[in-house]
Design a protein around this ligand. Structure first.
Ligand code: ZN
Length: 333
């Protein structure tokens, strides 16, 4: 059994093609698809003592060790965890050259059980440059029965030298109906809305459907939907103490909202905040297109600096004032 139903076909394909696999695979796709789980399932299949078709038995020693993450022939490299283990922190923390050196030495040693030696690096784009360079040597000198599995949300952030030496496997967004069924089974009340906000990634949709998260989005929308009643400075002061994680989420919602307004303004469709399509359409008509473009650019800049804003309250004030300005000109007409 796969953990997520949208993994079934890709896992079967990987399993059927296992004899022809490159010694280095690069599994990539959007965040929120469960790529790490897919990597674990594939590794389990390769190590399982008693597979049936493309299904691992789940009860042999190898299966149990992999589930407990202590199989002696499988080594996971993930960003160093510190006391601060929030998503925002993990997203910014790197995989060091020391970790890659330890991992490369691991691959050199003989297998405990005469099978594969497998190294998994996740998320691979978190390797700093020195770490990626150290990994290149391992990529260039493949060892028998060794498999390097790089898992990445953003392969564009990996050096081309690393990408070009791997067999790339892209994990597509799942079929919407399949994803919505799965979300419904997890107790998500409005799967289509959550899935739209998550750009089609089911695990991200599940996170966004948590009541406290959805409430935060509704609070933001309450302000965005009525710009003439918004007090940018008061709101900025109120939001200035957000955690880095909440700030990233808040910024994403605002970027999506501006994307929706732009799309509607130029005759396209709403993509993210689909539960607000009527109000969005009315606001889009009133929006000043060049000012809206500028705001989108400003939000992109904010995103690039999002993990280290110099002064969050100032950034918020600027963004919210710019948002209100989108609707100013037409109001005066
Ligand atoms: Zn097994």
């Amino acid at each position: 059994m796969v953990e997520y139903p949208w993994h079934t076909a890709v896992l079967q394909n990987l399993w059927r093609g296992r004899e022809r696999l490159s010694h280095a695979l690069l599994l990539h796709g959007a965040p929120g698809l469960g790529k790490a789980a897919l990597a674990r399932e594939f590794v389990q299949l390769l190590c399982c003592a008693s597979t049936t078709g493309s299904v691992a038995c789940g009860v042999c020693d190898a299966c149990r060790w992999i589930q407990a993450e202590n199989h002696p022939d499988v080594h996971w490299v993930v960003p160093d965890e510190s006391e601060d283990s929030s998503d925002a922190h993990r997203a910014s923390s790197s995989i060091s050259v020391g970790q890659i050196r330890v991992a490369s030495e691991f691959l050199q040693r003989p297998s405990h059980y005469g099978g594969w030696r497998i190294l998994v690096v996740f998320p691979a784009e978190n390797m700093n440059l020195a770490a990626a360079n150290a990994l290149l040597k391992t990529l260039e000198e493949p060892l028998d029965n060794s498999l390097l599995l790089l898992v990445s949300h953003q392969i564009a952030r990996l050096p081309a030298t690393v990408r070009s030496r791997c067999q790339q496997i892209h994990l597509d967004l799942p079929d919407a109906a399949l994803a919505e069924d799965w979300l419904r089974a997890q107790g998500v009340a409005s799967p289509a809305i959550s899935l739209a906000l998550a750009g089609g990634a089911p695990l991200r949709a599940q996170e966004l459907a948590a009541p406290e998260v959805e409430q935060a989005r509704q609070e933001l929308l309450t302000n965005l939907l009525v710009p003439e009643k918004m007090s940018p400075l008061l709101l900025a002061a109120q939001y200035a103490r957000m955690s880095p994680e909440n700030w990233l989420r808040w910024l994403t919602w605002l970027q999506q909202w501006v994307h929706d307004l732009l799309s509607l303004r130029i005759g396209g469709l709403i993509r993210y905040h689909v539960d607000c399509s009527d109000v969005a359409a009315a606001l889009a008509v009133r929006s000043d297109l060049p000012v809206l473009w500028q705001l989108q650019q400003r939000l992109l800049q904010a995103r690039q600096a999002a993990l280290h804003p110099l002064n969050l309250q100032l950034v918020l004030e600027e963004i919210l004032l710019a948002y209100c300005a989108v609707f100013l000109k037409r109001n005066k007409q």
